[in-house]
Design a protein around this ligand. Sequence first.
Ligand code: ADE
Length: 428
Amino acid sequence: MPATAAKRNMKDCDIKNITAATAGRNKIEWAAKDMPVLKLIAGRFEKEKPLAGLKVGACLHVTSETANLMITLKKGGADAALCASNPLSTQDEVAASLVKHYGVKVYAVKGEDKKTYYGHIMSVINCAPHITMDDGADVVSTVHQNWDNRKSKILGGTEETTTGVIRLKAMERDGALRYPIIAVNDALTKHMFDNRYGTGQSTLDGIIRSTNMLFAGRTVVVAGYGWCGRGVALKAHGMGAKVIVTEVDHVKALEAAMDGFYVMNMDSAARLGDLFITLTGDINVIDARHFKLMKDGAIVSNSGHFNVEINIEALKTMTRSVREVRPYVQEYVLAGGKKIHLLAEGRLINLAAADGHPASVMDMSFANQSLSAEYIAKRAGELEKRVYCVPGELDREIARLKLAAMNIKIDKLTVQQEKYLSSWQEGT
Ligand code: ADE
């Protein structure tokens, strides 16, 4: 059923089906078990109420992990409204539970069309948030395109992902940014874990759930060797695939080569790959000429934020017929009879066909989100209209708490060692 025709169940929300709420709550509670750092923050928030009186407008993937973030913000005293940051990433049962059991306003239906997607973003903006929370910068961008000085109460915002941070830094450079943003993605406890291990595992999960393909012995082409690409290449190699990396950055390409992967341009890789995974953040990384070079039966997927990395329009113009051969697998038959399989319409495969990153890494990402929201609430007047990093002390505290939750103890510098590190006179 198209999202626009989905049942409108209650006021202050647009979700698919409220009767799925119990299944959603089970899922939310299951994720909570693996989010010990967020749980500690939620406990403190419940006592201290650092977000009392504030409204948070969030545009994030509506998953069981995000639900735990919303619950934490509510415990901190915030009123929360949530829409999806991708039309295919909503877990409808989680959306239902958030509305029914946790009093969050949710505007998200899996499979919503583009108009509904932006309508839902407007619903969140119309809740008049004091803090925005983005994954891809769609709320910031929409707010800025509909800016009204008299109406806006926004103190600041946070951004979850690399693509969003790139957009926001462009706004900062253009002098267009009207409120401060904390780039959660740039925290070490975010991108080193979520982007690398989270994307690494969940991308393969989405591909395996949708295709049931064996990675062992296959040639997998990973486009982009940022933190996400590194994770996917590592995990695909671990599953026995021959991994080819394509890059535009010389340093990253060199790193991929020294990490033991084949490195070449996409024109060469296109002829060799059985499976292609794009994670570059840029457009048309797989283009018409690459489809022409691909083997019969090649599988093409994307795990970058937007569905622009694969030129699907070009693929369509080369195509004789299209059919869905499995959920999330479309078979394109090209004019000469060659078949190309496109996964999840080129949208984030890990969230469209699987559950996204496991709770255990989202724990750190969303600890960063919660502490950044608290930081904005406390420093409201002091911050400039800039893109900020998460303060280093918060980042380090999250690492400390995560290690403690994992029952890992590490060494501490002795006084002598500290003295040695701060002196410059001593050599061999
Ligand atoms: N991004 C990637 N995985 C996610 C998840 N499980 N929840 C929210 N955002 C995500």
